[in-house]
Design a protein around this ligand. Structure first.
Ligand code: NA7
Length: 566
């Protein structure tokens, strides 16, 4: 991993006692890991966790770049499992900042006493399944070795930053940082000549703030992104009161929605089924409302090219209206992929930032970066001097953090080998050939297309229920049936192919990482449908899963029908 902040002092060392055996190892102490510890305690299983960072928070620990905030509204980006927690926590803004979300994670850890079974500053470097004993043998970078009956990965989907891919970085005499591994101590930006490489969500959130602080900011853009104004502000007290009046129902509706948050302004109509005025009015309403509603105000924006083109044209006009210099506006307008098929961004003043005299936009498709030099960045056109380079170049998403664990399953096969042509997983929760391994928000689950707090709670609940079932029935081993996994992969790919998402070179497709297999890595059939499917699988006696009883050596398949075939 490149440039993780090495100034972090190990915090867990003084009291750190790692057991040698345990029921469950949980990797990661972000929102998924924390909730997993809470749930395993609830069902009376012993769990121990490892976390590479010195404290809880996961994504919200590492992504502390200026302007980092959640794109899901705070009232939705909250755990729902504890009414007391819901009642006592108050968010200050409609879209919470990284520091506030990190405080929330710490509050949860304190309130439920979740830190005592987690070793911080400790990275899992390998985990091997011992077939004879049905145990995972987990090793860390601090020399720990622990054996567990179950292994739960709660490692996040966007947690492995891509290493800077530009030649010459070792020559650079200024400072460089990554948005996804932003240092804990303040980074001095004031009065500096700053470069930002990358205009995904992290670039789009940080550029307006960096522009305010820096002496001069140069943005190196490879592909323009679609961004809509967040319209952030204090939490609306009337809306908050409405949500708090029946939180349980609010969360039930979240779970019944396509993305873990229902749209509050969806028309339910095709953009092509209404008049041009109505279409424009719908888009305008969504633009003024914020959130991802521009994608959902009409129901076919991401499936119908004509509707999509209408949404794209709407945003193009907005960019032209905000950005004063027409040449810069044209550079900022995305044209090479359908609207919303690269992750839509929410911003505060992103496009307007390019009206500043001290901000410059370099289109590196026109003038490619040749290398980083001692003093800055050299493109095919000229050399730019910098004091600070910010890499907002994204992540090896979804599969990267799992592959980094060096998992070895049945027959000594590595996950890297099994996934060399793309990830295979049953529901994004289990992987054939890797018994007793559960992946939270794994590939082919709705994960990154949802409100992550919703999918995290759902996944952990499902995993804990499955493990509870094994404990109750004396089952020692579970794994995904290969045929069920193939059927699920087929279904996931089929749904993705029915949308426009597969047309973009996005990180959803693995296209941002050189050499990564091109596979749409999430289930896009809707969170509601996914939840129903997971429930039906349980009701039907865990179709698609193979269990082995304790003491038994023969596997039995619970049901013949692969779940994906229904
Ligand atoms: P993203 O969305 O992957 O954005 C990364 C940006 O960096 C994007 O504009 C890339 O251009 C650009 N990039 C990546 N590699 C390079 C190289 N080698 N040279 C130049 N430019 C490059 O990452 P973010 O961190 O912004 O956001 C990730 C997710 O976190 C976001 O979607 C939310 O879900 C939260 P490209 O488009 O690949 O041409």
């Amino acid at each position: 991993m490149a440039d993780r902040d090495n100034s972090l002092a190990p915090s867990g060392s003084a009291t750190r006692t790692v057991p040698t055996t345990i029921d469950v190892v949980v990797i990661g102490a972000g929102f998924a890991g924390l909730y997993a510890h809470h749930k395993f305690r609830e069902i009376g299983l012993s769990a121990f966790g490892f976390e590479a960072a010195p404290e809880v928070g996961g994504t919200w620990f590492w992504n502390r770049y200026p302007g980092a905030r959640c794109d899901v509204e705070s009232l939705d980006y909250s755990y729902s499992f504890s009414q007391e927690l819901l009642d006592e926590w108050r968010w200050s803004e409609r879209f919470a900042t990284q520091p506030e979300i990190l405080s929330y994670a710490n509050h949860v850890a304190d309130r439920f006493d979740l830190r005592r079974e987690i070793a911080f500053d400790t990275r899992v470097i390998a985990a091997t399944f011992d077939e004879a004993a049905n145990r995972w043998v987990v090793r860390t970078d601090r020399g720990d070795e622990i054996r567990s009956r179950y292994l739960v990965t709660a490692v996040g989907s966007l947690s492995l930053p891509k290493a800077p891919e530009i030649a010459g970085l070792e020559d650079f005499q200024g400072r460089w940082v990554q948005t996804g591994a932003w240092p804990r101590e303040p980074v001095d930006v004031a009065g500096k000549r700053v470069a930002v490489i990358g205009t995904g969500s992290s670039g789009i959130q940080s550029i307006p703030i960096l522009a305010e602080q820096a002496a001069h900011l140069t943005v190196f853009q490879r592909t323009p992104n679609y961004s809509v104004p967040a319209h952030n502000g204090p939490v609306d007290p009337d809306y908050e009161a409405e949500v708090r009046a029946d939180y349980a129902e609010h969360h039930r509706q979240n779970r019944r929605s396509k993305g873990g948050v229902p749209s509050r302004i969806a028309t339910g109509l095709s953009a092509m089924a209404v008049s041009e005025e109505e279409r424009r009015a719908g888009f305008e309403k969504a633009w003024q409302f914020g959130t991802f509603s521009l994608q959902g105000v009409f129901n076919d924006t991401t499936t119908n090219l004509e509707s999509n083109a209408a949404a794209a044209a709407f945003v193009h006009d907005k960019i032209r209206a905000v950005v004063k210099d027409p040449a810069i506006a044209e550079k900022l307008i995305p044209r090479s992929y359908p609207f919303g098929t690269k992750r839509l961004c929410l911003d505060t003043n992103f496009y307007a930032t390019f009206n500043r005299d001290d901000v410059e936009l370099v289109d590196i498709r026109q003038t490619p970066i040749e290398r980083i030099t001692k003093g800055g960045i050299k493109t095919s056109e000229r050399e730019y001097p910098f004091d600070l380079i910010v890499f907002a170049t994204g992540f090896d998403a979804v599969t990267g953090p799992l592959l980094a664990l060096n998992l070895k399953g049945v027959g000594g096969r590595t996950l890297r080998d099994v996934w060399k042509d793309g990830p295979q997983s049953y529901l994004g929760l289990l992987i054939s050939g890797f018994p007793n391994l559960f992946t939270v928000n794994g590939p082919s689950s709705p994960s990154v297309l949802t409100n992550m707090l919703q999918s995290i709670e759902h996944h952990i609940d499902w995993i804990v229920e499955c493990i509870g079932h094994m404990e109750k029935d004396g089952l020692a081993r579970v794994e995904a049936d290969e045929a069920a996994q193939v059927a699920w992969a087929y279904e996931v790919a089929k749904i993705a192919d029915s949308t426009l998402f597969t047309k973009a070179d996005s990180w959803y497709m693995g296209a941002n990482v050189p050499g990564k297999p091109r596979v749409f890595m999430a289930y896009i059939g809707g969170f509601d449908r996914y939840v129903d499917r997971c429930e039906a699988i349980v009701q039907d006696g865990y179709t698609g899963l193979r269990f082995t009883p304790s003491g038994g050596t023969t596997s039995r398949q619970d049901r013949a029908v692969p779940a994906g075939a229904r």
